[in-house]
Unconditional design. Structure first.
Lengths: 546, 166
């Protein structure tokens, strides 16, 4: 396919897409599917067929407001309907030409939608993720063709570097720099890996992107392959995400069919193909060297770095590993330019970030905001604040590697550095809001149990240290903790953080350290007064009803 | 075992072994297909056992110890046959904050087994997940593959008791 042919294909696909005057887009991503959006879609199809209404029923990706699902949106018009059931369907189809069905309408001028900025999720809720034509209709794969025909690999890397994009997996390593290192590493064989092993509990951004717009990730991977000189790619997806696996597999098949994957892509000398690898439910496999071991068919244990995967990765050859959201940003950067991307965000963190907002907050769901927005805006304006009758206590970011941020830092602009300064991390994007019914000692214990069970056991500080810390935290929550235990806990935090082999152990103390820093009084209450102010822990049963 | 060793024969006439063999063939019997193949075994048979591990290890020419290591390392693989029904409680942060531990306690009490166990009559298995990514519906429980959101202990109890009579 040449650029001209792709443009023509896009035009045709757009005409086909707009053939009928109406379309109703039904969310078929995991959140709404659980709420039976499939039966809503089936009922809509049936009703349209029965009435002969000039309307297309389209399954689309996530629209963000998952707590109000199943969601249906009209196209054109953009009228959003919430909590739709099959019983509502006749009325919905009947009112298409008349007036909005106000009974189910969900206003889109509310802060939840207005304050967001959609780059990675720009197509979510608009296109059918299982149809490559829909992606092409809105300009898909043009960035790839442009890169292949107009740019040298070095120019692509320069563009990514200039954009200021940093790794969205959590650590925030500059993407352009990583690509440059892999490109410069000697070797005829190189690999590109997409890390979709989204293991942080409370994070479902990557899942949503893969379920809603898989071609965007695939396009990013192919461009990366061209830039670093790789001709083979892998995507490592959690087995817990069967729908993401299914949709990405369809995307690969369709991309092969149209020649975006395979030999001599779009009549150039560039060959590239992608394979899906499914995880086995081990959190540590999100760590890049453990992930590589898992793709090689081994137990997912990490190894010391250096050498970094950019020098010696999969089967010992230079390997580029990026997160789903990082790849999903690439097509937009190449299409709209590095300057455009760099104009969004803060001086050091560019672009947008997708967050999975959950916990004790009114609007639970998936959001995308420009870097630099404050936590208060995210939680209280977009999220709608904590439900009636409770007080905000903390927000947890970064999963088991992150920390709990108290109210006094809510006006902090969200970027990699500011979150690190207050003892948490950006992480992959899970954001869990906690109110006064959460006990911070218990939360720390929860995360330590997680790290203890998920420790691969290879290095002693992590294997034994997390177990000891879990024991100490358990003593505190059941009322037998002492001040000496607290001291020991702090010593262990230091030891585990500084001597563990990989990121799992090095960051495992973070939830403890951050809660000790901001909620030390709760620890002391558990130890000295045997009291849990939230009434969660065994040391003071049912003192306060939650 | 030498590199030229012949492929082992299928352990039995069971057609499911051909499905397992098919996966290995698709990957050219390459050693890195171990995890993918074990996924196929578990999908076909419900669990892994000595026979299947030995067959896969020999077919892919990996040491049995490595196959056993992989099978026991990843949480998703089980070496015990599952019950007819499976109740999976999500213990992710969002679910935990909204009371997943109370759900687990209810399920343990109703079924009379601990997390990770199966009832003696092999009727029901109880298990937990780190996070199923359905945080918007917390707390979430997966009953026989169907995810249910905002579950409360009494609703959970009703479903589990329904399994007993069925």
């Amino acid at each position: 396919m040449t650029p001209e042919e792709l443009e023509l294909a896009a035009k045709n696909a757009l005409v086909a897409r707009n053939q009928l005057p109406h379309a109703l887009n039904v969310c078929t991503a995991a959140g709404c599917l659980t709420l039976h959006s499939q039966s809503v879609k089936a009922a809509l199809e049936e009703e349209v067929k029965r009435t002969g209404s000039p309307c297309r029923v389209r399954g689309v990706g996530c629209m963000g407001l998952c707590s109000l699902g199943p969601l249906v949106i009209s196209d054109p018009g953009g009228l959003l309907y919430r909590n739709v059931t099959p019983a509502d369907v006749p009325e919905l189809v009947h009112t298409l030409d008349v007036a909005p069905l106000s009974r189910l309408q969900c206003p889109r001028d509310q802060a939840f939608f207005q304050r967001q900025m959609n780059v990675v999720t720009e197509n979510s809720g608009r296109i059918d993720p299982e149809a490559i034509e829909e992606y092409i209709a809105i300009g898909g794969y043009q960035a790839l063709l442009h890169a292949l025909t107009e740019k040298s690999p070095a120019q692509v890397i320069l563009e990514v570097s200039k954009s200021g994009l940093r790794g969205r997996g959590g650590a925030g390593y500059p993407t352009g720099l990583k690509w440059g290192t892999v490109a410069k590493s000697p070797g005829a064989q190189k690999y590109v890996i997409c890390n979709a092993d989204e293991g942080d509990p409370g994070a479902f951004m990557d899942r949503s992107v893969l379920e809603s717009d898989p071609h965007r990730v695939l396009e990013g991977m192919i461009i990366a392959g061209y830039a670093v000189g790789a001709n083979r790619g892998y995507i490592y997806v959690r087995a817990e995400y069967p729908l993401a696996v299914k949709r990405f597999t369809i995307a690969i098949r369709d991309a092969r069919r149209l020649g975006f994957l395979g030999a001599q892509i779009c009549n150039t000398q560039f060959n590239f193909d992608v394979d899906v690898r499914i995880g086995g439910g081990a959190f540590v496999c999100g760590e890049e060297t453990a992930l590589i071991a898992s793709i090689e068919g081994k137990r997912g244990t990490p190894r010391p770095r250096p050498p970094y995967p950019a020098q010696a990765g999969l089967w010992g050859v230079p390997t580029l590993i990026n997160n789903v959201e990082t790849f999903a940003n690439i097509p937009s950067i190449l299409r709209r330019g590095a300057e455009w991307f760099a104009s969004i965000g803060t001086p050091k963190s560019k672009g947008t970030k997708v967050f999975a907002l959950s916990g004790k907050v009114r609007n639970v769901g998936l959001i995308e905001v420009p870097m630099g927005m404050t936590l208060r805006q995210i939680i209280f304006e977009i999220g709608g604040g904590v439900p009636e009758g409770h007080q905000f206590k903390a927000v947890q970011t970064g999963g088991p590697s992150g920390g709990c941020i108290p109210e006094r830092f809510l006006d902090l602009p969200v970027d990699y550095e500011s979150l690190r300064d207050v003892g948490s991390i950006m992480g992959s994007g899970g954001m869990i809001v906690m109110d006064d019914s959460a006990c911070m000692v218990n939360v720390a214990r929860f995360f330590m149990e997680f790290c203890m069970s998920e420790s691969c056991g290879k290095c002693i500080p992590c294997r034994a240290g997390t177990a000891q810390m879990f024991e100490l935290l358990t003593r505190m929550t059941d009322g037998s903790g002492t001040l000496r235990d607290l001291q020991l806990l702090e010593e262990l935090c230091d030891m585990v953080a500084n001597t563990s082999l990989c990121g799992l152990g090095q960051s495992a103390p973070n939830p403890v350290l951050s809660t000790l820093r901001y909620f030390r009084d709760e620890y002391l209450e558990h130890i000295e007064q045997k009291r849990c102010r939230a009434g969660v822990c065994a040391c003071s049963p049912a003192e306060v009803s939650a | 075992m030498s590199l030229t060793a012949k492929k082992p024969a299928l352990p039995s006439e069971d057609k499911r072994w051909r499905i397992v063999n098919g996966t290995m063939r698709r990957y050219g019997f390459s050693r890195d297909a171990l995890i993918e193949t074990l996924h196929t075994v578990q999908e076909s048979f419900g669990f892994l056992d000595k026979t299947s591990l030995r067959f896969v290890a020999e077919s892919l020419r990996v040491p049995l110890s490595q196959a056993y290591g992989v099978a026991t390392f990843y949480h998703l693989f089980t070496m015990k046959p599952p019950g007819r029904h499976v109740c999976l409680i999500c213990m992710g942060t969002a679910c935990y904050i909204k009371g997943a531990d109370a759900l687990l306690a209810t399920a343990e009490e109703t079924l009379g087994v601990k997390n990770g166990e199966t009832t003696l009559d092999l009727n029901a298995s109880l298990t937990t997940a780190r996070c199923i990514g359905s945080c918007s519906l917390a707390p979430a429980v997966v009953f026989d593959g169907n995810t249910l959101g905002t579950v409360d202990p009494s609703g959970l109890k009703k479903i589990l008791e329904g399994w007993r009579s069925a």
